[in-house]
Design a protein around this ligand. Structure first.
Ligand SMILES: O=C(O)CCC(=O)C(=O)O
Length: 191
C-alpha cells in the first residue's frame, strides 16, 4: 500500500509574540500540572512531561492506559478555543496541555487515534516557549520521516488520515534548557 503524505499544515507565528508570551506565562503558573501515569510496554510509568486535560463536561479521555476527566477551561484557553473553532471550523471541545520542563522531557512515538477522536482525528496544536523538533514517521515505513521545528506561537494542524498512517514524537534534546508548553485541541465524541 502506498502511504499517503501526512495531512499537516503549519502556520508560523499564528499567535503574535506578545500574545504567546502572555499565554505561556498564564499557563505555566495557572494550570494544575501533574504527572500522568501511563502504560508503556506493559508497565505503568510516569509520563516524561507534565500534563493537564481540559475540556467541556463529558469529554473524558482515555490514552496510554489512563483515563482523564477534564478540568474546566481557564479564561485564557476558553478564548483561544473559540478562535480555533472559528478559524478551523471544527467543534474543539477539549485539549491536552503538555509541559516539557526542558529538553529531557519528551513524548515518544504514538498516534492520537483513540476511539473517542473518531476515524479522522482533527487536531490543532499550539506551541509556546522553547523551540522543539516534532517528527512524523510512516507506520509501515519507519525510515520515511518528516519533521518540523515548532516555535513560540506556531499552529500545527493534523487532519485527514494522518493518525491512521503516521506516528508522531517530540524527541529529547540535550541542548534545550527552557520549558515548552504544547496545547493539542481535540474533538472528543462522548459515547
Ligand atoms: O508537544 C507536541 O508538540 C506534541 C504533543 C503530542 O504528541 C500529543 O499531545 O499527543
Amino acid at each position: 500500500m502506498v502511504v499517503p503524505d501526512p495531512d499537516v499544515l503549519l502556520e508560523r507565528g499564528w499567535l503574535p509574540p506578545e500574545a504567546a508570551d502572555r499565554l505561556f506565562a498564564a499557563l505555566l503558573q495557572g494550570l494544575p500540572w501533574s504527572v500522568h501515569r501511563i502504560r508503556m510496554f506493559g508497565r505503568w510509568v510516569d509520563s516524561p512531561r507534565l500534563s493537564c486535560w481540559l475540556g467541556d463536561p463529558g469529554t473524558d479521555y482515555a490514552y496510554s492506559g489512563g483515563r482523564f476527566e477534564p478540568l474546566p477551561w481557564p479564561p485564557a484557553l476558553a478564548e483561544l478555543r473559540e478562535r480555533l473553532v472559528l478559524k478551523l471550523e471544527a467543534p474543539f471541545n477539549s485539549a491536552l496541555a503538555n509541559l516539557y520542563r526542558n529538553g529531557n522531557d519528551y513524548v515518544g512515538w504514538h498516534r492520537d487515534n483513540e476511539r473517542e477522536l473518531g476515524p479522522h482525528p482533527f487536531i490543532a496544536s499550539i506551541s509556546l516557549g522553547a523551540t522543539r523538533r516534532f517528527v512524523l514517521r510512516a507506520n509501515d515505513e519507519p525510515e520515511r520521516q518528516q519533521e518540523w521545528s515548532l516555535e513560540h506561537g506556531d499552529l500545527l494542524v493534523m487532519a485527514g488520515s494522518t493518525q491512521q498512517h503516521w506516528k508522531h514524537a517530540l524527541p529529547k534534546s540535550a541542548k534545550v534548557k527552557q520549558p515548552r508548553i504544547n496545547l493539542t485541541f481535540r474533538v472528543v465524541r462522548p459515547d
